[in-house]
Design a protein around this ligand. Sequence first.
Ligand code: ATP
Length: 233
Amino acid sequence: MLKLSDVHVYYGHVHALRGLNMTVEDGKIVSLLGGNGAGKSTTLKMISRLIQPKKGSYEMDGQSMLKDSPSKVVKKGIIHCPENRRVFPLLTVEENLKIGAYSRKDKNVKEDLEKVFLYFPRLKERVKQKAGTLSGGEQQMLAIGRSLMGKPKILLLDEPSLGIAPILVKEIFEIIKKINKDGTSILLVEQNANMALGISDYAYVLENGHIALEGHSKDLRNNDEVRRLYLGG
Ligand code: ATP
């Protein structure tokens, strides 16, 4: 279980996270929703230790993670799939996937490549293709596949629907559900609240660096304020 309590993050004078409290329970999909600049990406960067909070606590299974380096966090099974995918455009699909296993001690990656291809058959068909020539949706699949190669306990997904055709978004969200069913907890940052609430167990709404609202996803879907602000009426 991942737990953030009273987390404050600053970028210079910008107070980006203002006393954030949230929990990701084992085995769940948790959505983190909110408008532009609410602090969603900052939250993920803080969890993967790319940013140091000024105040607050951050624990996994009761142990503080605040002194851990980003690579230690990866070794503990928290893997960040960043916004805008960030695949290596000049490397092939296979090479990109293998990079995802870089931090692992065991180098038995063949089996895991096959697992990724079971989730994403499109990647198998394109295994020797340069990542830069994939469509946006396929690049997103590759980014998620690359994260899976690190064998995550908790997968942090930053805006997997961004700039992707609706039909592929649907496909990707179905696969996220499957990945979770197979045992990986997921923290899903999304502007597409409808899709995110559709697959998650629990959700937080971030406004201006703090949690304005939280609850079971199915309850938030029926919440008037959420419907008005994030679900288009
Ligand atoms: P979006 O959905 O638009 O990506 P977000 O909810 O992910 O937004 P963040 O990227 O976490 O928001 O940004 C939170 C706040 O911190 C914003 O006000 C942003 O301008 C500010 N911020 C983010 N990164 C930096 C930075 N490197 N330097 C200064 N301010 C930053």
